[in-house]
Design a protein around this ligand. Structure first.
Ligand SMILES: [Zn+2]
Length: 410
């Protein structure tokens, strides 16, 4: 593979290296030869995570969604009104994700404009590729963390302008209503309008657990179903990423497919706070775009490797109760969901997601034989064995170099 600047410029067979180098006018001294046990993979893509919840990662998993929000999450996120606290946590969060090979992320921030701008500063300085959303929330939440509808919209516009002013091709603002339960009709309507005007991506949650689904049904009796709440407010577009979607009905799945929205499968989160089990095979069979999400901190791991393993485990568990012939998720497919699948979900598949000439070089150098590797290799291991071992057993120690758009960031 040849990389010039940030782009992949050729992919050729190494056996013909001399003639390839000559053909592309490349100096032999700039060639990097990989050792045995090393390989490149496309960078990992996390299609759904909450940067502020890094402050409580690995704790607070003893409540189900609605109680989890009011007991732990809202109080934690409210602390991001303090810019110093925000900078402290966001530095750690973004650094941790990059260290784990996450080159592209769709982040939820908090409702605070300043803290979201700090998050962008940090992402920019560390060189990650990201969608960043200022969370909107004006109802059914504690007074200390509630926005006035007008302020919520105005701050969102200011946030969008400030991100676009950076003119950083790696950074995109994303319109981020937290979820139907904590947004008034007026707010949803204004955000839908903003999405239409700006043509920006949208991210939110949908159909995560049964209590939340019943609650949203009560809150919006005039709509057909949960997905219809978003659709009525113009929030289902080909640039919408919906997290979870565990309990979507036939009608909702058809609507989501029709609107070309993507689903973010957050298997660790769904299991950790006992929300439910998503049948990802059903989504794939329907041709719905699917990426993987860590959903920290309802998911307890910031690593996309964990998101892959969790999706594999959940699929296997689900298969036990399915009729014979049900196709569980093989590891290769989980790997694809965490790379090209995520890129497609974010509408970035013409830029990243795999190694193709013309795409940006977002890549991880994996070394299976690094000192203190969490797994062992043997002389008879094939390349496929090494990849499989890394997916099932590897961690950040094996991810020795990380590149985003050609720039080394680890
Ligand atoms: Zn979430």
């Amino acid at each position: 593979m040849g990389v010039t600047g940030n782009k992949i410029v050729f992919i050729e067979d190494a056996d013909n290296s001399d003639s390839v180098l000559e053909h592309h006018g490349i100096d032999k001294s700039t060639v990097r030869h990989l050792k045995n046990g090393q390989f490149f993979t496309p960078g990992f893509i996390d299609t759904h995570t909450h940067a502020p919840q890094y402050a409580m990662l690995g704790t607070a998993l003893d409540k189900e969604l609605c109680d989890w929000l009011s007991w732990y999450t809202f109080p934690t996120e409210a602390k991001f009104a303090d810019p110093e606290f925000a900078a402290h946590i966001y530095n750690k969060a973004v650094g941790r994700l990059l260290n784990n090979g996450t080159t592209t992320v769709s982040y939820f921030g908090t409702t605070h404009l300043k803290a979201c701008q700090i998050l962008c500063d940090i992402i920019e300085s560390k060189g990650q590729r990201a969608y960043v959303g200022k969370v909107n929330m004006d109802t059914n939440c504690p007074e200390y963390y509630r926005e006035l509808t007008e302020n919520s919209v105005e701050d969102t516009k200011r946030f969008i302008d400030s991100v676009l002013d950076r003119k950083n091709p790696l950074l995109t603002p994303v319109i981020t209503p937290r979820f139907a339960g904590t947004c008034s009709r007026e707010l949803l309507q204004k955000l839908g309008q903003l999405a239409q005007e700006t043509q920006l991506p949208i991210q939110t949650h949908i159909s995560e657990c049964t209590t939340e689904c019943a609650w949203v049904k009560d809150l919006f009796p005039e709509t057909q179903n949960y997905a219809d709440v978003y659709d009525k407010h113009n929030l289902l577009t080909p640039k919408t990423i919906l997290a979870h979607g565990v309990y979507l009905t036939e009608a909702e799945l058809n609507l989501i497919k029709k609107r070309k929205c993507a689903l973010s499968h957050c298997a660790n989160s769904n299991a950790s706070i006992r929300s439910g089990i998503l049948d990802v095979r059903e989504l794939l069979n329907r041709g719905i775009k699917v990426g993987l999400g860590t959903d920290m901190s309802a998911g307890y791991s910031p690593s996309v490797l964990d998101a892959m393993r969790s999706s594999l485990l959940v699929s296997n568990v689900l298969t036990v109760r399915q009729p014979q012939g049900y196709q569980w998720l093989p590891y290769k497919e989980a790997f694809k969901l965490s790379t090209l699948g995520g890129a497609t979900a974010m509408g970035l598949d013409d830029v990243i997601g795999n190694f193709q000439v013309g795409k940006d070089f977002d890549a991880l150098l994996i070394d299976c034989d690094v000192t203190h590797s969490p797994f062992d290799t043997y002389p008879w291991d094939t390349m496929e064995d090494l990849v499989q071992k890394f997916i099932y057993q590897g961690d950040d120690r094996n991810i020795t170099e990380v590149y985003v758009s050609g720039r080394r960031v680890k």
